[in-house]
Write a protein that binds this ligand. Structure first.
Ligand SMILES: CC(=O)SCCNC(=O)CCNC(=O)[C@H](O)C(C)(C)COP(=O)(O)OP(=O)(O)OC[C@H]1O[C@@H](n2cnc3c(N)ncnc32)[C@H](O)[C@@H]1OP(=O)(O)O
Ligand SMILES: CC(=O)C(=O)O
Length: 535
């Protein structure tokens, strides 16, 4: 019977990030060398132990990355890793240019990919299992002799184990005997589930002598769970990629791995001060990869701690821990309360607090707001992405509700297609502005714009700016339209969301109507009203 595995030392755990190698294998991702350097700096800020930068010799961009990294990258936490394959079959290791490129990269650590499934050895490498073991031994020993720490990624380890439980173990033992520091079991095709994977890892751990690692692809949607099962079964080196980017369905998400390993499994895989950087770094890397951040990503997504259901909010009001698995601040995230048709009184109260509106003792007003939101959302309004409109609606129900900026007499907007082909819009607004003595001033304002909404925005701003000079510095940042349901012909309810900025802050307002320009007008009025109230 095999000896019991030695107990694991928790200080020996580390996260190995391969965003810049396997993560770059995601369809649609193409980093420049400058992007790669920026991503490496960001990964270092979250305290991962190793950053795999790419495959020197295979990709010219990666060769350049390692060359520039020598002078341009000062890492505080991580060690830089060059990735490559074992020597080719039948070629002396010292003669293999890919292996030489790994040495030329000048990194302290090299991660080699090696075949560990006999079928792959025979069919893909077209060589013998014995020659493959020699390729592993020669390449590891050569790199170690040149002063490198060497990790070995055993490709298709789990498929190989199913066919022959001994060959992968032989590959690992060969690598360890040649001086490899870590043998990484890779679920290359990503087909494993946590229960089976955990059993294989436990079996291998009982039969091998070195430090084991795990690398999981996400083809069953279980990459993170599989990695954690491997940790439970004894691995101490865990590979992941930022936001789970990677080949096909991706890899284990580094942020979820760190979040779980540190906060759920009590393994200090990154320095404590790095944990609150997770959300910021996740979003910054998404930006560099040119991929919209996933709002629903565990731990770091904008919605990871957003609560919509009224019942959740009512419990959170008593104690946020009742509906959060973790204090969001631990990973640099925030809790948000969403006020929608699913809201109850507690949702409105908590949202008021979040927006800085004191609703203490305003039970009746809160009840009216809940009822209004339910009716409006049934008509197509949506306040969850339009905090500014919700705040105006809430304040309007409170006893000290501010007066409207103006009373509308009428607005008109037109679009003219001239014979020259030019298309010009013009709008006129007629409003009554309140005077301190209780009278009003009638103002008529006309302006042009590149469309009817732009013309209306210009005309209304022009009418108000004399009273509210701050509006001169306010502009629309984004405008989104959603058609909510066709009523026949070209008639439909339209929802407009407007993002507005004054250069320092940005806020979102909503308008809904059957007429798209009226829907836009409503969102514009809220946008400018909010600007005046928050100047
Ligand atoms: C599971 C993973 O994700 S591993 C990472 C995979 N990443 C990449 O493939 C990205 C970078 N790849 C490349 O730029 C190219 O594929 C290269 C430069 C590596 C190789 O290109 P080419 O020489 O044109 O070969 P090609 O891609 O067609 O085939 C791969 C060769 O490597 C060999 N090979 C594959 N795996 C290994 C290995 N672990 N050890 C040694 N040789 C290997 C194959 O047998 C094949 O050899 P052959 O040309 O003698 O038939
Ligand atoms: C090495 C690697 O990326 C894999 O086996 O999936």
């Amino acid at each position: 019977m095999a000896d019991q595995p030695a107990p694991v030392d928790v200080t020996d755990f580390h996260v190995f990030d391969t965003t810049l190698r396997d993560g770059a294998q995601r369809e649609g991702v193409s980093y420049s060398v400058a992007d790669k350097l920026a991503v490496a700096r960001l990964l270092d800020e979250i305290g991962v132990g190793f950053i795999e930068g790419g495959w020197p010799g295979a990709l010219p961009k990666d060769t350049e990355f390692f060359a520039r990294a020598r002078t341009e990258l000062q890492l505080r936490h991580a060690q830089l890793v060059a990735f490559g394959a074992t020597r080719k079959a039948g070629v002396a290791v010292a003669e293999d240019p890919q292996v030489q490129a790994l040495l030329d990269a000048g990194t302290p650590v090299v991660c080699l990919v090696a075949k560990s499934d006999v079928r792959h050895v025979r069919e893909a490498l077209r060589t013998t299992p014995e020659e493959n073991l020699a390729m592993v031994a020669d390449t590891v020993a050569h790199l170690v002799a040149h002063g490198r720490r060497v990790f070995v990624d055993c490709e298709h380890f789990f498929d190989g184990h199913a066919a022959d439980p001994d060959y992968g173990v032989q590959v690992l033992e060969t690598a360890f005997a040649a001086g490899a520091e870590v043998g990484v079991m890779c679920d290359t095709n990503g087909g494993m589930l946590p229960m089976g994977l955990g059993r294989v890892v436990a079996d291998v751990r009982a039969r091998t002598s070195g430090k084991l690692g795990i690398h999981c692809q996400d083809d069953t949607g279980c990459a993170v769970a599989n990695s954690l099962a491997a940790v439970e079964a004894g691995v101490t080196h865990v590979q992941g990629t930022a936001n789970g980017y990677g080949e096909r369905a991706g890899n284990a998400d580094t942020f979820a791995l760190i979040g779980n390993l540190v906060t759920k499994m009590g393994l200090p895989v990154v320095p404590a001060e790095c944990l609150p950087e997770l959300k910021r770094v996740s979003h910054a890397i998404a930006e560099l990869a040119n991929i919209a951040p996933d709002d629903h990503q565990p731990f770091v997504g904008a919605s990871a701690f957003a609560h919509k259901a009224g019942l959740h909010a009512s419990a959170i009001k008593v104690d946020p821990e009742l509906y959060n698995h973790l204090d969001p601040a631990v990973v640099g995230n925030d809790m948000r309360i969403l006020v929608t048709e699913m809201a109850g009184r507690a949702s409105v109260e908590l949202k008021g607090r979040e927006l800085g509106v004191d609703v203490t003792g305003q039970g009746d007003a809160i009840g009216r707001v809940v009822a209004q939101v339910k009716v409006l959302e049934a008509e197509g309004w949506s306040f969850e992405a339009a905090d500014a409109s919700f705040e105006l609606l809430l304040r309007a129900e409170l006893p000290d509700a501010p007066a409207p900026l103006f009373t509308l007499e009428s607005w008109r907007a037109s679009v003219e297609h001239a014979a020259t082909g030019d298309v010009v819009s013009e709008a006129t607004v007629k409003v009554h502005l309140p005077n301190p003595d209780g009278t009003t001033e009638r103002v008529i304002s006309t302006a042009e714009g590149n469309g009817p909404v732009n013309a209306l925005d210009n005309a209304l701003r022009q009418a108000l700016v004399g009273r509210h000079p701050h509006l001169a510095g306010v502009s629309l940042a984004d405008y989104k339209v959603r058609i909510l349901g066709w009523k026949g012909g070209t008639s439909a309810t339209t929802r407009v969301l407007v993002d507005t900025t004054d250069g320092t802050g940005e806020w979102t307002t909503v308008g809904v109507h059957d007429n798209i320009v009226e829907a836009s007008w409503r969102a514009l009025v809220d946008a400018l009203t909010y600007a005046v109230r928050h100047r």
